[in-house]
Ligand binder design. Structure first.
Ligand SMILES: *[C@@H]1O[C@H](CO)[C@@H](O)[C@H](O)[C@H]1NC(C)=O
Ligand SMILES: *[C@@H]1O[C@H](CO)[C@@H](O)[C@H](O)[C@H]1NC(C)=O
Ligand SMILES: *[C@@H]1O[C@H](CO)[C@@H](O)[C@H](O)[C@H]1NC(C)=O
Length: 429
C-alpha cells in the first residue's frame, strides 16, 4: 500500500498536477468552451484533503485469478479477443486492451489506485461458451475466494466492464458481490424484465457503445455523410421493433407519413435485415435519427448518429449519457418524451430551421471523438474521458467492513491477520 506518510507535495504530485492542467487545457480547447474549470494545483495549499494525484491502474492477468480465464475465453478456452472486439459490445475487449498499453498501468498492486478485472462475459455468453449459471458461479469464485485486494476495499477500487444493455445483471448475483465496485456500462437503466437497475449514478461510469470501426475513422468513413438538403427523409428509425410500444408507434407513424419518416419493420435476418453498410447508408438519409428505447434505455444508434451526421433524437426517458462532466447534450441532440411519440413529434422536427440542424451537427462533429475507443494518450478519445472520470474516483485509503487497522498501521482482517498474509479462502461477507 502506498504509505500515507508520503509527503503531500511530492514531485509526482506536481507532475500530475501539471499533466492535469495540460489535459484540462486541451479538453477545454477541444470542446471550444470551458466545460471544465481547471482543478486547483494540488500543492497550492499547505494541506489539501483531496490531492489530485496521478492515476495508477493494475490490470489482472488472466491466469492470476482462478476463474478469470473462463470469463475471458469460455469453458473450453476457445473464445478469442478478435471475435469479441466486434460489434456494439466490443468495449469489453477494447477497454481491456487499451488499459494494457496505457500510461496509467502499473504492475505493482501495492501502488495501484484502481484494479481492472478483465472479462469478455457478454461475448462468452453470446457464443454459448458459458451459461448464466456458470457465469454467476465463476464471478463469485473470482471475486470472493481469491482476491485479497478486492476484499481490502470491499471491491470499491475494482473496475468491471459490462458492455450490454443488461449491465451488471449479466452476473446474476452482482448485487450481493459487486455492489461497491466501479462498473463501466453503456446502460443506465435496465429495468425491463429486471425490476431494478444495476447502474449507480455516483460510483459507476457510463461508456459509449462500440461504433463500428469502419465508421469512426474520420479520414475514411466507410459511409460518408450527405448534405442536409439532399436527404430524403426528415427522420428515421432503423431498428427492430422488438414489440416495444415506442418503436411500434414509429413503425405505424412511418406508414402514415412515408415521405417524412423512414421506419420499416426490420428483422434480425432474411430480406428485411439491413447489412452493415446499407444500414449506415439509410441512417445518413435523414436530418434526425430517432433513438427510441428498446429492451433497455441505451441504444447504439445514438452514437452512430454522430458519424453519419444526423441529429439524434432520444425517445428513451431513462437514458443516461456518458461524460456529462464535459458534454452539454442540448448542443448536439434532442430528447423528446417517449409518451409524446406521434404526428406532433414530426411537426416539431419540421419546425426546426436547417441552420440550427447544421449547428448541432457541427458541434457533434467536434465531440464525437469522445465515442472513439482510441488510446488515452489521444487528446480526445473515449479512453481519455474514462480516465478522467476514473481519476475522480481514486481514494487515498482502502477500507471495507472486513478491513481493520492497528496502531502501527498494519492493515488486518477480522482475525487480525496482516494484509499480506491474507490467504484464500477468506471468510465470506
Ligand atoms: C450465484 O452463485 C452463488 C455461489 O455459488 C450462489 O450462492 C447464488 O445463489 C447464485 N446466484 C443465483 C442468482 O443463482
Ligand atoms: C451489497 O454487498 C454487501 C456485501 O458486500 C451485501 O451485504 C449487501 O446486502 C449488498 N447490497 C445489496 C443492495 O444487495
Ligand atoms: C503491528 O502490531 C501488531 C499487534 O501488536 C503485531 O502483531 C504486528 O506484527 C505489528 N506489525 C508490524 C508490521 O510491526
Amino acid at each position: 500500500m502506498r504509505s500515507s506518510h508520503q509527503p503531500l507535495c511530492t514531485r509526482a504530485h506536481q507532475a500530475a498536477a501539471l499533466l492535469l492542467v495540460a489535459a484540462t487545457f486541451f479538453l477545454t480547447r477541444l470542446l471550444d468552451r470551458s466545460p471544465l474549470s481547471a482543478p486547483p494545483p494540488p500543492c497550492a495549499a499547505p494541506y489539501s484533503p483531496w490531492p489530485h494525484r496521478d492515476l495508477r491502474i493494475y490490470v489482472y492477468a488472466e491466469d492470476e485469478v482462478d476463474g478469470l480465464r473462463a470469463l475471458l475465453r469460455g469453458r473450453n478456452d476457445d473464445v478469442t479477443a478478435a471475435t469479441c472486439i466486434k460489434g456494439q459490445w466490443g468495449t469489453q475487449v477494447k477497454i481491456h486492451q487499451l488499459l494494457l498499453s496505457s500510461r496509467f498501468r502499473t504492475f505493482d498492486k501495492d501502488e495501484a489506485d484502481l484494479f481492472f478485472v478483465p472479462t469478455y462475459v457478454k461475448c462468452v455468453r453470446m457464443t454459448g461458451k458459458l451459461n448464466d449459471k456458470e457465469i454467476n458461479q465463476t464471478y463469485v469464485k473470482v471475486v470472493l475466494s481469491q482476491m485479497p485486494y478486492f476484499r481490502r476495499s470491499g471491491g470499491r477500487d475494482h473496475i468491471f466492464v459490462f458492455p450490454s444493455g443488461a449491465g451488471a445483471h449479466l452476473f446474476r448475483s452482482w448485487a450481493t458481490f459487486l455492489n461497491r465496485s466501479i462498473i463501466l456500462t453503456p446502460e443506465g437503466d435496465r429495468t425491463d424484465k429486471r425490476g431494478i437497475s444495476a447502474f449507480n449514478t455516483w460510483k459507476d461510469i457510463i461508456i459509449p457503445g462500440n461504433v463500428d470501426d469502419s465508421m469512426v475513422k474520420s479520414d475514411r468513413l466507410a459511409v460518408k455523410p450527405i448534405p442536409l438538403t439532399k436527404r430524403k427523409y426528415l427522420a428515421n428509425f432503423l431498428g427492430r421493433a422488438q414489440g416495444k410500444v415506442g418503436r411500434l408507434q414509429l413503425v405505424k407513424l412511418a406508414k402514415q407519413y412515408p415521405d417524412k419518416l423512414e421506419s420499416p419493420e426490420l428483422k434480425l435476418s432474411g430480406p428485411d435485415k439491413l447489412g452493415r453498410i446499407d444500414y449506415f447508408k439509410h441512417l445518413r438519409n435523414a436530418k434526425f435519427c430517432l433513438a427510441p428505447r428498446g429492451e433497455s434505455s441505451w441504444t447504439l444508434r445514438f452514437y452512430e448518429s454522430f458519424f453519419v451526421e444526423c441529429v439524434p433524437v432520444i425517445l428513451s426517458d431513462e437514458v443516461e449519457l456518458p461524460f456529462q462532466n464535459v458534454i452539454d447534450y442540448t448542443e448536439v441532440s434532442i430528447k423528446w418524451p417517449a409518451s409524446k411519440i406521434g404526428p406532433g413529434l414530426l411537426e416539431y422536427l419540421e419546425s426546426i430551421p436547417d441552420g440550427r440542424v447544421e449547428e448541432m451537427i457541427g458541434r457533434g462533429r467536434e465531440i464525437r471523438c469522445l465515442w472513439v475507443y482510441a488510446a488515452d494518450t489521444e487528446r480526445c478519445s473515449a479512453m481519455s474521458a474514462i480516465m478522467w472520470e476514473l481519476q475522480r474516483k481514486v481514494r487515498r485509503f482502502h477500507q471495507s467492513a472486513e478491513t481493520f487497522w492497528l496502531h502501527n498501521r498494519s492493515i488486518v482482517n477480522r482475525d487480525l491477520v496482516e494484509f499480506h498474509e491474507w490467504r484464500t479462502p477468506v471468510p465470506l461477507p
